[in-house]
Design a protein around this ligand. Structure first.
Ligand code: AMP
Length: 279
């Protein structure tokens, strides 16, 4: 695997790659890699000749400084994981390589900015679009791969690609889960053993809503889901929404594309998860 920490060296390498007619796939991550990230890279390997994984804990998408500080950064074990699956390129820049100074950025992503994750994490998607736009501009991938785990993020990035007319195709990859259903996340290492058990209520409730979608009214389903989650000790529900998968507005029984999404603090760790109900 080739590892680059500077833009210039990465660009030089990718220019050669492109001259040789090879396609480039990008998997942007913040590291602390798990099977979810690995599945994205493997998917990228099926579609593209050269796969670039970026590991960059992007400061501009954190609205809580403690969260940024606490974010795990096990770079050595990440490198081993990437080598094991034959990832071609790792881009692992320092913050100063990505941000020259006090840069201004604002992209009009409409309601996605103020719904669900946007509402709970003000400014988060501005930071996400800022860094992803920089990565797209630098790497110029043919295809970029993102996880369904961050469903709203996928909608936001799709919106950015449309707005700025960026020449990249986006592919959304399925959520990888632990055998008991917990969605894999870099933040799971912060869960205590008890939190870990409590956290299962999220995927269980999402599945329960999916199973009962056709037999119960939506407001009742949502209410029951909220009650079940609120009943678990040390779990603080942020939102549970049964939404239109295109715009994240609340769904009704006639909506074609339905997704249930949840965010909750389990102990001290904020987790998100979702399940597609109707595609
Ligand atoms: P992160 O490092 O958390 O920013 O995630 C990097 C990419 O991996 C994003 O596109 C996420 O949606 C994706 N991802 C994170 N967790 C999972 C998972 N459990 N399954 C599939 N993709 C995931």
């Amino acid at each position: 695997m080739r590892t680059f920490t500077t833009k210039t060296e990465l660009q030089q390498y990718l220019a050669e790659t492109r001259t040789n007619g090879k396609t480039i796939g990008l998997v942007p991550t913040m590291g602390a890699l798990h099977e979810g990230h690995i599945s994205l890279i493997q998917q990228a390997q099926q579609y593209c000749d050269v796969v670039v994984c970026s590991i960059f804990v992007n400061p501009t998408q954190f609205n809580d400084p403690t969260d940024l500080e606490k974010y795990p950064r096990p770079i050595q074990s990440d490198i081993e994981k990437l080598e094991k699956i034959n990832c071609d390129v790792l881009f692992n820049p320092p913050v100063t390589e990505v941000y020259a100074g006090n840069e201004q950025w604002h992209l009009n992503i409409g309601e996605l900015e103020s719904l669900l994750e946007g509402k709970s994490r003000p400014g988060h998607y501005q930071g996400v679009t800022q860094v992803v736009c920089k990565l797209f501009d630098l790497i110029k991938p043919d295809i970029a791969f993102f996880g369904q785990k961050d469903y709203q993020q996928f909608l936001v990035i799709s919106q950015m690609v449309k707005l700025l007319n960026l020449p990249v195709r986006l592919i959304m990859c399925p959520i990888q889960r632990e055998p008991d259903g917990l969605a894999m996340s870099s933040r799971n290492i912060h869960l205590t053993a008890t939190d870990r058990q409590h956290a299962l209520v999220l995927s269980k409730t999402l599945n329960w809503v999916k199973e009962n979608f056709d037999s119960q009214k939506l407001p009742e389903l949502k209410k029951s889901a909220e009650a079940v989650i609120n009943n678990v000790p040390d779990v603080e529900l942020d939102y549970f929404e049964i939404a239109n998968g295109n715009n994240l507005h609340p769904a009704d029984q006639t909506t074609n594309n339905v997704i249930a999404l949840v965010a909750a603090k389990v102990g001290k760790t904020r987790l998100i998860d979702n399940v597609v109900i109707r595609d």
